[in-house]
Design a protein around this ligand. Structure first.
Ligand code: KG4
Ligand code: ZN
Length: 336
């Protein structure tokens, strides 16, 4: 029997809706990026909430119409309830609760990071036990996945997330929004060894990260160079990207050595980065690990990954009530 799940994601500045089927996988998914933040140089929480308010209902109508589905056809409503921006999360959660309360369709709250990890299940079949490196604008974490629903946090960033470092460096270099992809593009014609930027906590021997020193080093280098020619921008972008990717992979190797796993997944917006994919495949591959990542469209925030993660919860009886709340911060905990 086919079961259909609606996914809703509003944890930051992307409004997303999707339909996921236990038989056909992703039926339809749509993400509306909020460009209103660009002129402020970063996400403005108040604007993000208001944009979600404007966009979510028409996006939901569109997805249901294109998917030729009515509320009664759904087996579950899956919504990100944290971590993220409180106001943004509340828009998605309140909408999902209204749908569930009015229709009787079961509701489940999904942890955003579980969604990112299970983006790897959208086109291929997710294989566990495995290790996952979740790298996005808000998170940098190494997580051991014994099986779907059973997680162990091995380490994460002490300050900035890797995506945040990409964004800040892109902004500093005067590159266009979205900065992560712009840094990667500029880096293509640059020399990754032009500048020796710091790799935070390189010698700690732990699975922890720090990117705030890198951001400062790049700023000081840019200031010392005076003007920014396009060749210098490319060299700074390439060297900074190399520093981020190098340390991400070094710690991933330490994490992989702590568990008996042969599968390593990249996840989150930074998993879209080609150099990260290349270096992770090389270093982890030489240790006998198979490295995979989601298609680019499922690396950044989307609702298909939330519907997929929610499906596993609902099929295991993990539904939530109308009193479900949001949380701004919080680790991915095991739910079975
Ligand atoms: O997962 P995501 O869409 O949102 C969060 O949950 O944060 O990730 C967005 C982050 C941004 O910081 C963006 O700069 C980064 O992913 N990103 C990239 C690339 N594409 C997106 N970073 C490096 N290279 C890319 N190609
Ligand atoms: Zn995300």
């Amino acid at each position: 029997m086919e079961n259909l799940y609606l996914g809703i994601e509003t944890s930051c500045d992307d409004t997303a809706c999707a339909l996921y089927s236990n038989k056909r996988k992703v039926v339809i998914h749509r993400t509306a990026m909020q460009l209103a933040h660009e002129r402020y140089g970063g996400v403005v929480p108040e604007i993000a909430s208001r944009e979600h308010m404007k966009t979510l209902l028409p996006l939901y109508d569109f997805v249901m119409e294109k998917g030729e589905v009515g509320l009664d056809d759904l087996s579950g409503i899956c919504v990100t309830n944290g971590p993220g921006l409180a106001g943004s999360l509340l828009v998605g959660l309140s909408f999902a609760k209204g749908l569930s309360y009015g229709s009787g369709v079961p509701l489940t709250g999904v942890h955003h990071l579980e969604g990112h990890i299970l983006a790897n299940d959208l086109e291929d079949s997710f294989s566990s036990p495995c290790m996952a490196l979740v790298v996005s604008g808000g998170h940098t974490q190494l997580i051991y996945v014994e099986k779907i629903g059973k997680y162990e946090f091995l380490g994460g960033t002490r300050d900035d997330a890797a995506g945040e470092a990409f964004d800040k460096i892109g902004k500093l270099l005067g590159l266009p929004y979205p900065w992560g992809a712009a840094v990667e593009k500029a880096a293509k014609s640059g020399d990754p060894e032009a500048f020796d930027f710091p790799r935070g906590l390189k010698n700690s021997g732990e699975c922890d990260y720090s990117f705030s020193g890198l951001k400062t080093a790049v700023r000081l280098k840019v200031e010392s160079l005076g003007g920014l020619s396009s060749a210098i921008v490319s060299d700074v972008a390439a060297s900074a990207q190399e520093a981020i990717v190098d340390i991400l992979v070094r710690k991933a190797v330490i994490a992989a050595g702590r568990k008996d796993v042969h599968k390593f997944y990249l996840a989150g917006g930074v998993a879209a980065n080609g150099r990260l994919r290349e270096l992770a495949s090389e270093k982890l591959g030489s240790l006998g690990m198979e490295v995979s990542w989601p298609d680019i469209k499922y690396c950044t925030d989307n609702a298909a990954m939330i519907a997929c993660a929610g499906m596993y919860r609902i099929e295991s009886g993990k539904t939530d009530n109308i009193d479900l709340n949001i949380f701004s911060r919080g680790e991915l905990k095991s739910w079975r």
